[in-house]
Ligand binder design. Structure first.
Ligand code: FES
Ligand code: FES
Length: 339
C-alpha cells in the first residue's frame, strides 16, 4: 500500500522547479527591462496587494532612512505567469536583481505571500552591518539599498490586479458598510469555521480570539517575529499581517492541525514537532509553533540544504531564548530522515 506524504509531495514538485541561481543568465526579461542597465524583477502572488497599510508603513520607515538615494524601478510580474515558470518561481514570491548583462546578481525567493519583499530586502541590508548579504551578490551596499528602495517605491504606488479583482462585482448583491461585521467562513485544519468579523480583523486574531485556536502566538503583531506563522494553501504566512477576509475559502493549517497533514491523528505529533523535542529546539516555547510551521514550509521551498541555508530560510522567526542550534538540528534531522 502506498501512502501520500504531503510534505514529500511538495518537495517532489520543487525538485522539478528550482529558481535560477546567482550568476545564471536570466531566461528572459519582462517588458520595460533592457540589457545595458541593472534591473529588478519582482514576482508576486496574483492577489498580493502592495498598497496595503502595512506595506506603506514599512516603506515609509525604510525611505526615511534612505532619503536621497537614487533608485531603479522594478518590473512587477505575477507569479503564475510564463516568465515566472522560466525563472523557476511559479507560485513563489521572489525578487531578482539582474546586472547590466542580464545575469542574476542577487535573489530572494520565499513561499510567503503577504510580505513586502523589496522592503524586507532593504531592511535586511540596513541591519547587515558586516555586509554578509552583499558579499554574495557583488553589489555595493549603496547600489543594493537604492535598488531595493526603488522597488519599494514602485510597489507602493502600483495599482494592483488584486484590488481590481477584489472589488469586482460578486454573486452577492449585499453591500456592507465600511467596518461593518460580515460573515467570514474559514477552512482551518480541514474544518469550516463560520465567524462574523469586522474586515480589519487579522487572521491571527480571528484564530486566537474568535476560533479559540491559541497555538499561533502573537509576538510583535507587526510581521517581525514569525510567532504567528500559519500555512495558507500549504505556504507559510504571517497571520498578523493577513486579514481574515483575505483567507476565506482557502485551506489554512495551524499548529493544532499540523500532525494531520503528515497522516497523524489529533494526538499524534508531526515529525517536525518530534524533532524539535528531540533536539531541544525551544526553551520557553513562545516562538515554537511559528518556528515549526516555518520549518515545515522551508522543506518545501527552493532552499539549499546546508545549515546556513536553514538559518537564512528561518531568519524571519525570532527566538528570544536563543534555541537556534536545536532548531537548525531539528530541521536537518527531518530533512535527512526523508532521504
Ligand atoms: Fe506576526 Fe510577530 S506576531 S510576525
Ligand atoms: Fe523562547 Fe524561542 S523558545 S522565544
Amino acid at each position: 500500500m502506498t501512502t501520500s506524504d504531503p510534505d514529500r509531495d511538495g518537495e517532489d514538485t520543487l525538485a522539478a522547479q528550482m529558481p535560477i541561481a546567482i550568476g545564471d543568465q536570466a531566461p528572459g526579461l519582462p517588458a520595460g527591462c533592457e540589457l545595458g542597465a541593472p534591473s529588478v524583477v519582482v514576482f508576486h502572488a496574483p492577489h498580493w496587494d502592495p498598497t496595503s497599510i502595512e506595506q506603506a508603513r514599512r516603506y515609509a520607515g525604510v525611505s526615511a532612512r534612505l532619503a536621497g538615494e537614487p533608485a531603479v524601478a522594478p518590473a512587477l510580474v505575477r507569479n503564475d505567469s510564463e516568465l515566472a515558470a522560466t525563472f523557476g518561481v511559479s507560485g513563489y514570491s521572489a525578487v531578482f536583481v539582474l546586472d547590466a548583462e542580464g545575469r542574476v546578481s542577487w535573489r530572494h525567493v520565499t513561499g510567503l505571500e503577504s510580505l513586502s519583499l523589496p522592503v524586507v530586502a532593504a531592511e535586511a541590508v540596513l541591519e547587515d552591518d558586516e555586509g554578509v548579504t552583499l558579499r554574495r551578490s557583488g553589489w555595493t551596499r549603496r547600489e543594493f539599498i537604492a535598488t531595493a528602495l526603488g522597488t519599494a517605491i514602485a510597489l507602493a504606488l502600483e495599482p494592483t490586479i488584486a484590488r481590481t479583482q477584489t472589488l469586482a462585482p460578486t454573486a452577492s448583491p449585499r453591500v456592507f458598510a465600511p467596518g461593518e461585521p460580515q460573515p467570514v467562513t474559514l477552512m482551518v485544519n480541514g474544518k469550516r469555521i463560520a465567524l462574523t468579523l469586522e474586515p480589519r480583523v487579522t487572521l491571527l486574531d480571528a484564530l486566537r480570539e474568535y476560533a479559540g485556536l491559541t497555538g499561533s502566538k502573537k509576538g510583535c503583531d507587526h510581521g517581525q517575529c514569525g510567532a504567528c506563522t500559519v500555512h495558507i494553501d500549504g505556504r507559510r504566512v504571517l497571520s498578523c499581517l493577513t486579514l481574515a477576509v483575505m483567507a476565506r475559502g482557502k485551506p489554512i493549517t495551524t499548529i493544532e492541525g499540523l500532525a494531520a497533514t503528515a497522516g497523524g491523528g489529533s494526538e499524534a505529533l508531526h515529525p517536525m514537532q518530534r524533532a524539535f523535542i528531540e533536539h531541544d529546539g525551544f526553551q520557553c516555547g513562545y516562538c515554537t509553533s511559528g518556528q515549526i510551521m516555518s520549518a515545515v514550509a522551508v522543506l518545501r521551498e527552493p532552499w539549499g540544504s546546508s545549515d546556513d541555508d536553514v538559518r537564512e530560510a528561518m531568519s524571519g522567526n525570532i527566538c528570544r531564548c536563543g534555541a537556534y542550534p536545536g532548531i537548525v538540528a531539528a530541521v536537518q534531522d527531518v530533512r535527512n530522515a526523508r532521504g
